[in-house]
Design a protein around this ligand. Sequence first.
Ligand code: TMP
Ligand code: ASP
Length: 234
Amino acid sequence: MTPQKLYEGKAKIVWATENPGEVAQQFKDDATAFDGKKKGQIAGKGARNARISAVLFRLLEENGVATQLLDQIFDDTLLCKKLDMYPVEVVVRNYAAGSICKRLGFEEGARFKAPLLEFFLKDDSLGDPLVTDAHIAELELVSGEELAEIKRLALKINSVLTGFFAERGVMLVDFKLEFGKDREGDIILGDEISPDTCRFWDANTKKKLDKDRFRRDLGEVEEAYAEMLKRVEK
Ligand code: TMP
Ligand code: ASP
């Protein structure tokens, strides 16, 4: 049987499996930035991100956060529970970087008093705009009760990951999460956590070890992904 492609995104392909409750997520070497305006390839990224995401999802499971991950079935492919995804991206920020610097004038690297949560509507045609709780309610993207649970989970994930990376000499500057609902109606962490979806800085040198090296043409892009895999597997 030829595998059936359910969806192809900028960095992943989702394949159907023989089990209707499960999908296989294949991580690609393709990279895009700025709403797909910048395109490229990062050699070895697919396999490295699949591995990094698998390790981090297992760590979160061990800490009581339910995730979509079932198994790593190929170097670049994770078997996952099928979820009904919410159309929002949840960003957690510990230090200022990226869009919040442009939007609100923070200096890059400024530490927030408390982790900052932001929500973005997943809609390429609108450029994934920031949405407030009121927008989320008006657009009926997530119910009030679900939003409270998503916020609780995002902060829990932040505290688990911040500690894990600190032990590995990495500052977790910010990251993006996506959640979905399973057949039982439980809210589950989906998608990925990788250098594509996080900002990681070396704690001593502040060297960027994530996709910003690609976004901003900083060089040593592959090396950054390799370095983060090494630290995650330490
Ligand atoms: P931002 O500063 O561009 O808003 O990004 C915040 C974090 O979210 C950063 O770690 C990168 C991640 N991110 C994604 O994973 N996907 C995206 O499409 C964008 C814009 C950011
Ligand atoms: N992947 C996103 C895009 O292509 C943005 C990013 O990660 O910078 O728009």
